[in-house]
Ligand binder design. Structure first.
Ligand SMILES: [Zn+2]
Length: 348
């Protein structure tokens, strides 16, 4: 309860703060979170921290596994390898180490914002010790996340400017050692304001300790591609950026009054808002599960329905993070997928 109360306070503080000066800014003035800027000079092993891969008994340390996207846990498919495990952010390697080999790189806010959440107990999350910062662009909130920190120097509710230090790079969290120390960086949309009640309904074994700032509730976009795109097009907005993403599946949801994604991200109604509430909404997602478009539909549905998927020969589950199941001509929403869609209209 205490965690929840604190996060609600942080949320209110965030709203009050964001009603002020930040509201006007819409430019994505981003900087990298550490001094490592090799992303802008070819990226590769100088920028990304490697992962340990054991593929059919062969061990390797590919830096590619530190990139955003389907970059982990390869399986053999006909004539190809399919990487089934999705990495929702990027792993940036350290430039500095102390005499004991511990990383000392300061980790900094990538744009201006307000500290939304700080998890100080590494064992409570795969992200280890992590910080979430809320950013307001064109009246909508986005959330950057900095994981595996050795220490966090900020508290929820505080305002930060781009480049302000949030903490020190580390290797807290699941499956990381000192050698592989890095900052895991994400930039997210928020899926559900009522995440806590949704989580408590479906996940009985592990308590939610992070309020609405759980990784499950944050949909991460391709942040490395965004950094590079902003270099070419400095005025780029998030809606512009996401308009280049491929729709991989669509889900139709009952038009619940609790569907607030379009209040949070009005640009999702790219084809205009209907005059009255329609019987259902259809949401387009990319493979990563980032919402790209919302359209009013005239057919009522009782629950989440998979209304489109880009056809492929193999399993859908491998390329949709387990949201769409089945294969070939028989796609369906998995149990997990249906549950996640219900988060968008919770309580349904
Ligand atoms: Zn990572």
């Amino acid at each position: 309860m205490r965690q929840i109360a604190i996060s609600v306070l942080a949320l209110v503080a965030g709203w009050v703060a964001s009603a002020g000066a930040q509201e006007k800014s819409s430019a994505l003035n981003l900087s990298l979170p550490t001094e490592n800027d090799a992303l802008f000079h070819g990226g590769g092993a100088a920028f990304y921290q490697y992962i340990i891969r054991d593929f059919k008994g062969v061990k390797s340390m590919p830096w590619e596994g530190g990139q955003y996207g389907f970059v982990r846990n390869p399986i053999e498919a006909p004539g190809d390898l399919v990487y089934t495990r999705f990495h929702e952010g990027i792993d940036i390697k350290p430039l500095r180490r102390d005499a004991n080999g511990e990383p000392t790189d300061p980790v900094r806010a990538i744009p201006d914002g307000t500290i939304a959440y700080v998890n100080l107990t590494p064992g409570y999350s795969n992200y280890g010790r992590y910080v979430v910062v809320e950013h307001r662009w064109d009246g909508a909130s986005y959330y950057s996340l900095y994981g595996h920190l050795a220490s966090a120097l900020v508290q929820a509710g505080a305002k930060v400017n781009r480049g302000d230090q949030l903490g020190v790079m580390g290797h807290t969290g699941e499956g990381i050692d000192r050698e592989r120390a890095h900052v895991h960086l994400e930039l997210n949309l928020l899926l559900g304001r009522r995440f806590e009640s949704w989580y408590d309904t479906f996940y009985k074994s592990e308590p939610n300790r992070h309020g609405i700032y759980s990784g499950i509730n944050l949909a991460g976009l391709d942040i490395a591609r965004l950094f590079l795109a902003l270099r070419r097009t400095p005025g780029l907005t998030i809606p512009d950026f996401l308009s280049g993403e491929e729709t991989f599946y669509k889900v139709t949801l009952p038009a619940s009054p609790n569907f607030d994604l379009i209040q949070r991200y009005p640009w999702l109604l790219r084809r205009g808002a209907p005059e009255s509430r329609p019987p259902s909404w259809e949401i387009s997602f990319n493979r990563a599960g980032v919402p790209l478009l919302v359209e009013a539909k005239h057919t009522a549905v009782n629950g989440p329905i998979l209304s489109f998927v880009k056809k492929r020969a193999g399993d859908y589950s491998d390329v949709t993070r387990g949201i769409v199941g089945g294969s070939g001509e028989h796609p369906r929403l998995t149990e997990n997928g249906e549950r996640l869609m219900r988060l968008l209209i919770w309580p349904d």
